[in-house]
Write a protein that binds this ligand. Structure first.
Ligand code: HBI
Length: 96
């Protein structure tokens, strides 16, 4: 099934409800920096996201150092942002 790229209007409407996420300068991804109490909490978060990603067949690009996790979401198959990125950002915001 082709994964459909969001229109700019759909993208902007979704981002309005995702205040911790920023649109990357090239407009093709959204990014967030999440801070946790310690590494254990950060890695526990990453574990939950990993389980979601495996089920959704949609995987983050992420960086972790100690209690900080930086997440970038994009849909390679759509060459930009799709509903999958919005859904994953909403999930991340619900557990972070
Ligand atoms: N994850 N972020 C991201 N973007 C993709 O396009 C993507 C993915 N994970 C898996 C995947 N695509 C492919 O397995 C499916 O599109 C077939």
């Amino acid at each position: 099934m082709a994964i459909v790229r969001l229109t700019d209007a759909q993208r902007d409407a979704a981002l309005a409800e995702l205040p911790r996420w920023n649109l990357r300068a090239d407009g093709l991804a959204i990014e967030a920096e999440l801070k946790f109490g310690d590494f254990n909490e950060a890695f526990g978060f990453m574990t939950r996201v990993a389980i979601y990603a495996d089920k959704a067949d949609h995987h983050p690009e992420w960086f972790n150092v100690y209690s900080t996790v930086r997440v970038t979401l994009t849909t390679h198959d759509a060459d930009g942002l799709s509903e999958r990125d919005v859904a994953m950002a909403r999930f991340i915001d619900s557990i972070a």
